[in-house]
Design a protein around this ligand. Structure first.
Ligand code: A5P
Length: 260
């Protein structure tokens, strides 16, 4: 396990221990490498207590993770379980203490944002390299790959041009596949732009609103005023909990996480 995996795992177990507290809870399951540990923690919790959970996935990957956890994890669709108790997801960069976040490094932000919005509580889990104190998407910052934008295939060039000309981005290249000729295609059949600005985004809410007003843009990777709490795991397994706009505290590791 890499050192960042140790932090991701510790954060995932701490979040599951604190927020998944009863049998039958309806959960949103995010996407990405940290969520692998969230599902591992859910399966361990279900096995130890004899509990079952209803799980709404946010991607092809997350659906597979949930399916592998049956019958303790019951797969459900957003259309049939649209009032969720908790959604737990990773992030690419998280601003402390606002908890505004960048997501979409794995290209899943459209479903992730819809599922997160359906939950009474949205919880972020991340290794502590992801936390930043200034604006999001700073050049040379924690997340240097640009803001992920999902766009309709027919509109990718139009949106890219407008993001540069009208919204001040330095560039908004199409995300290309490394293992197939051509662009990355999302789970929704769309394409991705990774928009880079010359400076950090000081007003993420305003940037998000301006982007969402562009016809052809499906969803941004900016998650503003969504997360209630974030868990950051360090390489040594120490976990810090940050509540949106407020307190920061150390969290003792749950016994199941410490056992690995
Ligand atoms: C998926 O598109 C993303 O939003 C992920 O949630 C985010 O990139 C975090 O991924 P990792 O947990 O792999 O860092």
């Amino acid at each position: 396990m890499s050192s960042s995996d140790a932090g991701k795992r510790a954060a995932a177990y701490a979040a599951v221990s604190a927020h998944v507290t009863r049998d039958g809870m309806r959960l949103g399951i995010g996407s990405g490498s940290t969520v692998v540990f969230v599902v591992e923690a859910l399966r361990a919790l279900a096995a130890s207590r004899g509990w079952r959970f209803v799980c709404v996935p946010t991607s092809f990957q997350s659906r597979a993770l949930v399916s592998a956890g049956a019958p303790a994890l019951a797969l459900a669709e957003l259309s049939e379980a649209f009032e969720l108790d908790v959604c737990i997801d990773g992030a690419d960069e998280v601003c402390v203490p606002s908890l505004a976040a960048v997501k979409g490094g794995g290209g899943c932000q459209a479903q992730e944002k819809a599922v997160a919005s359906a939950a009474a509580e949205f919880v972020i889990v991340a290794d502590d390299r992801k936390r930043v104190r200034g604006g999001l998407c700073a050049p040379g910052g924690a997340w240097g790959r640009g803001l992920p934008l999902e766009v309709l295939p027919a509109a990718h060039a139009l949106v890219a041009r407008r993001v540069v000309r009208e919204l001040g981005a330095a560039a908004a290249p199409l995300r290309m596949s490394r293992d197939k000729a051509g662009p990355v295609v999302t789970d929704n059949g769309n394409l991705l732009l990774d928009a880079r600005w010359p400076a950090a985004l000081d007003d993420a809410a305003a940037t998000d609103a301006a982007l969402l007003a562009l016809p052809g843009l499906v969803e941004t990777g900016l998650f503003v005023r969504m997360a209630a709490v974030a868990y950051f795991g360090a390489d040594d397994g120490a976990v810090t909990r940050v509540r949106a706009g407020g307190a920061e505290e150390a969290v003792p590791p749950p016994a199941a996480a410490a056992a690995h």
